[in-house]
Design a protein around this ligand. Structure first.
Ligand code: TRP
Length: 447
């Protein structure tokens, strides 16, 4: 049992901090751009609604009902075969895969906070040279920013739930929201605001590729932080007497809002300059800085605001990815939290270093396997395979392998009978079948 716990509002902010991350502000806009806009957004929204929220609630339940670390939580709730449900441990692999590229990107963001106030690139060409120069050639500054990013994340986690994670989220999340609202209001003054809305919300069939479906579904898991026991671990540190259903819905709603707002702001600025929507992963690091330059001094401020918001979003998410393993080691091995944090962070940072190197020209050949380098593999495997898989297993676990009477009695405190039955149907059938079929089909497993 954990004594270091969140307050109710602290939990909502921390879970929102976990959900709102690079996924919302960096990844969502560029994959929306690459996958044709409206229809992709629609698939993503539908997945959040029918799959994402259900899994989020199921994961919260496992944590909240046991107040234990992810491995023990599954073991405790399993009706039988308790040993087999050491499943929680598998999620540490997912955490490793995500963190090892995620913190590299936070490092880039820290660098771009400095770029914002020193020298913004003066054209897209220059911006591209700057970004690719960093990505492919500049090993030392990348490693430097990566180490700083990791130290910030580890330091916060080492301070514990209440005085580390909760405290940081209570400051950074409201700050992030203010920055985003400011940017949204500003983007409304552009004519291209309407074009951006149209691009994001008009479901245009002609620009849709069928591969986009798995990307949208995978991203729904990634953006809600579900499928690797992060939400489970946060809810296990939650005060009793909390309405976990209501808080799940609030978090999902805020997360979706942030992604949509980030998309609208970015596409408004992009279309204002007459750019195409599909700019790939470099969208916020290449196109945006060059566009910010056009705004003169305001551009520097805007750019700093943007990358600061991105850094806040990334850091509050990274801590939630690190937390489950730290909690496990802390509880099981009886070492101090501080020691556990730095040990695990060091291990992950070594793998992170390999993903960082895989983008650099001198190492990229060695660290490329098939059509992707290590960095892209970790991104792909976590979003398109490990997280949906973790989500399916968690959904099936709660739907079939735990005491159903107990589940029902507990859940009926938070939802009506009708909603409960719908939710149960979703985690028992819609999540495993829907997501499973899409994964099998799109990964070409049986073809
Ligand atoms: N949700 C975060 C984002 O959108 C990333 C993240 C944080 C995450 N914790 C997670 C993803 C746990 C999967 C699982 O950037």
């Amino acid at each position: 049992m954990i004594k270091d716990r969140f307050s109710r509002i602290g939990f909502i902010l921390a879970a929102t901090g976990s959900a709102v991350g690079l996924g919302n502000i960096w990844k969502f806009p560029y994959i929306t751009g690459d996958n044709g806009g409206g229809l992709f957004v629609l698939v993503y929204l539908v997945t959040i609604l029918f799959v994402g929220i259900s899994v989020f609630i199921a994961e919260s339940y496992v944590g909240y009902a046991t107040h234990k670390n992810s491995v023990d939580a599954f073991e405790t709730l399993a009706k039988s075969n308790k040993q087999a449900w050491k499943f929680g441990g598998f999620t540490f692999v997912t955490a490793l895969a995500i963190l090892s590229f995620y913190v590299v990107v936070i490092g880039w963001i820290l660098k771009y906070m400095v770029v914002s106030i020193t020298t913004l690139p003066q054209s897209v060409q220059e911006a591209q040279n700057m970004f690719l120069g960093m990505l492919k050639e500049d090993m030392f500054s990348q490693i430097g920013y990566f180490v700083v990013a990791f130290l910030i994340v580890a330091f916060i986690v080492s301070k514990g739930v209440k005085s580390g994670i909760e405290r940081v989220n209570k400051i950074l999340m409201p700050a992030l929201f203010l920055l985003l609202i400011g940017m949204l209001l500003y983007s409304m003054s552009f004519d291209s605001f309407g074009t951006a809305l149209h691009f994001m919300f008009y479901p245009d069939l002609t620009h849709f590729k069928s591969e986009s479906i798995l990307i949208a579904v995978g991203h729904a898991f990634f953006t809600l932080s579900i499928g690797m026991a992060a939400i489970l671990t946060y809810s296990s540190s939650l005060e009793t007497n909390t309405n976990i259903v209501k808080s799940s819905v609030i978090v999902a709603l805020l997360d979706t809002l942030v992604a949509l707002v980030a998309g609208i702001v970015i596409f408004t600025i992009l279309f204002n300059a007459g750019f195409e929507s599909s700019q790939g992963a470099g969208l916020v690091f290449i196109t945006l800085p060059a566009l910010f330059y056009e705004f003169g001094a305001i551009g520097n401020i805007l750019s700093l605001a943007f990358f600061t918001a991105l850094a806040f979003a990334g850091i509050t998410s990274a801590i939630s990815i690190l937390e489950p393993a730290v909690r496990y080691v802390e509880e099981k091995k009886e070492v101090s939290r501080v020691k556990a944090t730095y040990m695990i962070s060091f291990g992950i940072a070594l793998i992170g270093l390999a993903t960082l190197l895989s983008n650099l020209t001198p190492f990229s050949n060695t660290l490329t396997f098939g059509d992707k380098n290590l960095f892209d593999w970790f991104d792909f495997i976590s979003s398109s395979i490990l997280l949906p898989l973790g989500g399916i297993v968690t959904a099936l676990f709660v739907g079939f392998f735990i005491d159903q009477n107990h589940l029902k009695t507990n859940m009926l405190h938070y939802m009506s009978k009708g909603v409960y039955n719908t939710w149960l149907f979703s985690i028992r059938f819609i999540v495993p079948l829907g997501v499973g079929i899409i994964m099998i089909e799109k990964l070409g497993l049986f073809s």
